[in-house]
Design a protein around this ligand. Structure first.
Ligand SMILES: [Zn+2]
Length: 283
């Protein structure tokens, strides 16, 4: 889907460096231009490729309706963390690769004319990991939704808390939950969309707490990885464990929505959750 946002021209999208992508699910060679038309869903097997934040916003929002908030929030290396690279080096590389400051973007926009506060995560930025910036943006998105009394939509894509920020990353679980609790107490709706993958501290906090929890088909959703889970309980895990369909059967997900239907389904949900919303233009 060729969508352009000012300020969101990442190198990934601006310079297509190859023409073909191999589907990791069915191994079909897919022409990238064709993949754009199918919203980055494999036409052969339905595999949903991960989306950048800019493509996700373009897919969901009315064209030109997005007003970003807090674009300048940037991470601090509070622990002086070094693994094979320093944390500032990892941040700089991720910023260069994605054109983003950190792994989430939030602002206000419209879905079929209905105003929403929306936050989208980007797995391409350090695995969509949640540090202080992502946590702060989630909290501010919830506070913005509350102040404007418009529904909140969060599209998650994350490997979990950002290890380079240690306990400060873990604090974001409590902070985001406190902000969502204020939203819930004020009866402002929150719809969570879990895309592939939604795991670790993001699943253990705001992603699982929507008034309605949606998921994309076959998205990996869970807390600890399958190997850790199997090791902990000393048993083999059932087939499809931690996939969206498994979570739907066990009540953690309310509905699985194919990407092609997501915008329409969100618009319907918003109309249902917020009476008096504008009807879609007919034509
Ligand atoms: Zn495929």
């Amino acid at each position: 889907m060729p969508v352009k946002f000012p300020g969101f021209r990442s190198r990934r999208e601006a310079v297509p460096d190859k023409l073909w992508t191999r589907c990791p699910s069915c191994s079909e060679q897919l022409f990238n231009k064709a993949l754009e038309k199918t919203l980055h869903v494999c036409p052969s097997c339905g595999h949903h490729f991960r989306l950048s934040s800019a493509l996700r916003l373009g897919l969901l929002l009315d064209p030109g309706s997005f007003e970003e908030r807090d674009p300048g929030l940037a991470a601090q290396d509070m622990l002086g963390f070094v693994d094979q690279k320093t944390y500032p080096d990892r941040l700089a590389a991720a910023q260069l690769a994605t054109g983003m400051r950190d792994a989430a973007v939030w602002g206000f926009g419209r879905i079929e004319e209905q105003r929403v506060a929306i936050l989208v995560m980007d797995f391409g930025f350090m695995g969509g990991s949640m540090g202080a910036v992502v946590g702060e943006k989630v909290a501010r998105a919830a506070e913005g939704a509350l102040a404007s009394r418009v529904p909140l939509i969060i599209v998650s894509a994350s490997g979990g808390a950002r290890m380079q920020e240690g306990t400060i990353a873990l604090m974001q679980l409590a902070k985001t939950m406190a902000a969502l609790e204020r939203l819930r107490a004020a009866h402002v709706p929150y719809v969570s969309v879990m895309s592939d993958p939604t795991t670790g501290g993001v699943f253990a906090s705001f992603a699982a707490m929507g008034d309605v929890n949606l998921a994309e088909p076959n998205a990996l959703i869970g807390f600890a990885g399958a190997r850790v889970g199997a090791g902990t309980i000393g048993q083999e895990l059932p087939p499809g464990f931690q996939r969206a369909e498994f979570l739907l059967r066990h009540g953690f997900v309310d509905r699985i929505v194919a990407r092609v239907d997501l915008r329409r389904e969100l618009a319907l949900l918003l109309r249902y959750l917020v009476p008096g919303q504008p009807e879609p233009a007919r034509g």
